[in-house]
Ligand binder design. Structure first.
Ligand SMILES: [Zn+2]
Ligand SMILES: [Zn+2]
Length: 114
């Protein structure tokens, strides 16, 4: 049982990570560098979901920081619903101002750049 689930998981990951062409994050609409691609199940796997979208790792983490799997399964299983969530919407507005490879905090102050 565990082995079968594991194999399926690997197959889904390969499907979700195309090798050619830029991948656009459906959440923030920016290109996703290959090293920062994360596959998000719109309906969580624990609720029988199979379809994945490739997001920035930072965008993906934000979804799971704000919403439980039950909330995702019941109310937020489409990109449109996610974008309508106030917390996600303000995150997207913020992350869009960052470089596409941005992840985590940058520590360089304006004083050092000036
Ligand atoms: Zn996810
Ligand atoms: Zn993104």
């Amino acid at each position: 049982m565990t082995g079968r689930i594991r194999r399926r998981l690997i197959a889904e990951r390969l499907d979700a990570l195309p090798r050619r062409g830029p991948v656009i994050c459906p959440l923030c609409a920016r290109p996703v560098p290959q090293s920062l691609q994360d596959a998000h199940h719109l309906v969580p796997r624990s609720h029988g979901g199979k379809h994945t979208e490739v997001l920035h790792r930072i965008c993906h983490q934000q979804i799971h920081a704000l919403l439980t799997e039950v909330e995702l399964a019941k109310h937020y299983h489409t990109i449109e619903a996610l974008l309508a969530h106030p917390g996600i919407a303000s995150f997207v507005a913020w992350v869009r101002t960052k470089p596409e490879g941005f992840f985590g905090r940058t520590r360089k102050s304006q004083r050092l750049r000036g």
